[in-house]
Design a protein around this ligand. Structure first.
Ligand SMILES: *Cc1c(COP(=O)(O)O)cnc(C)c1O
Length: 360
């Protein structure tokens, strides 16, 4: 039984689709259709539909433009060798989306609606799921406030939508090429009591200038420490961070309300335990991390998230200097965890945790 009504939409011909799929970056191409639903305080959720991908018409006073009342998610649909298409732990995304929306004063979308929007869009757009190595159909569910009123209060009218983007590697290249990270001292991403645990555009808006600072310092990503003491490692602008010790202990900052709980982060913790590694979720001081990198105590550092999967960190930099991790090349534990995760996602290894769900 479908929940989102499939409307007619102009579809690009197969040759055009093939040409788009032959040259994929990340998040730059979109499929022909999108899922949409509307909510008003008076009527609740209604008009669930799958329609042609295209612009929204919004009042210039719409609350999202002024007060950034918005939340989003990110997940992928994976093609397996037999032609079937699967999603990975989307129920966890559905729950996180509810938490994010609650924090942003947005209405909650049920997990059933969230999963139906994803499954029914992917089923309609299955020809857009790329089949190359480490390619996927990246899905971006999002919700935004559209009440046309400048008074500051939660919107009584919102739209939820899912767009689908056939994608390759987030950082280009092979996907395992190390990235350099800049730890900023000037900017904070999230403060206690704020929105750090919610996946919302506002957190990203606050990270852009820090990202520019990172790029000005020759790094492709920015790392943040806590906003109170400016001592403890939190995460990157859009990825969680891990370090591995020379004796194979996997360390990641413990969750607080200033850290986004990644679906990839918790999968990595589980896969590390499965591999017999010790796992520590704890406070990690930036000085402990850089001193440990310099002394050889921390031999590997990696970032993880749905888009970037697991990406090794080659060099960690801050205002005091650069710290090359190990020999600057991807470490063995990083690569093994990455292989295990992608093998499960692409149907090449047994899914012992029930993380995968077949869509079509
Ligand atoms: C989305 C996101 C992550 C990674 O989460 P996944 O569920 O693994 O994709 C990490 N940090 C931030 C700030 C994020 O927005």
């Amino acid at each position: 039984m479908t929940q989102f009504t499939l409307h007619d939409a102009p579809l690009r011909p197969a040759e055009e689709r093939a040409s788009v799929l032959s040259d994929l970056g990340f998040g730059a191409q979109f499929s022909d259709r999108m899922a949409v639903a509307d909510w008003t305080a008076a009527d609740g959720w209604h008009d669930r539909r799958i329609v042609a991908y295209g612009p929204f018409e919004l009042d210039p006073a719409a609350a999202v433009f002024h007060y950034a009342q918005e939340a989003f998610e990110g997940l992928k649909a994976y093609a397996h060798a037999d032609g079937s298409i699967w999603r990975f732990r989307a129920d966890v995304n559905a729950e996180r989306f509810r938490r994010s929306c609650r924090r942003l004063g947005l209405p909650e979308l049920s997990a059933a609606d969230f999963l139906a929007s994803v499954d029914e869009l992917v089923a309609a757009e299955r020809d857009w799921v790329p089949t190359g190595a480490e390619q996927s159909l990246y899905l971006r569910p999002f919700m935004f406030a559209r009440s046309p009123i400048l008074a500051v209060k939660p919107s009584t009218s919102v739209t939820y939508a899912v767009i689908a983007s056939p994608s390759g590697a987030y950082f280009g290249g092979s996907g395992v090429a190390p990235v350099d990270i800049w730890f900023t001292r000037d900017y904070s991403r999230a403060a206690p009591g704020g929105t750090g645990f919610a996946k919302c555009g506002g957190n990203y808006a606050a990270s852009m200038v820090a990202q520019q600072e990172a790029e000005a310092n020759g790094c492709s990503q920015v790392g943040f420490v806590d906003a109170v003491e400016h001592r403890f490692v939190e995460e990157l602008g859009g990825m969680n961070l891990f370090a591995v010790t020379s004796d194979g202990t996997v360390v990641t900052p413990e969750l607080t309300d200033t850290i986004l709980e990644g679906v990839t982060r918790s999968a990595v913790l589980q896969l590390a335990r499965d591999a017999g590694l010790s796992v520590e979720e704890r406070r990690l001081e930036l000085t402990e991390l850089v001193d440990g990198i310099d002394s050889g105590l921390f031999t590997e550092v990696f970032a993880c998230g749905t888009a970037a999967i697991i990406t090794p960190v080659g060099t960690l930099k801050d205002a005091d200097g650069a710290h090359v991790v190990g020999d600057g090349r991807p470490g063995a534990t990083t690569l093994a965890l990455r292989q295990r995760l992608t093998d499960i996602q692409y149907g090449l290894a047994e899914d012992t945790h029930g993380w995968m769900h077949r869509i079509v």
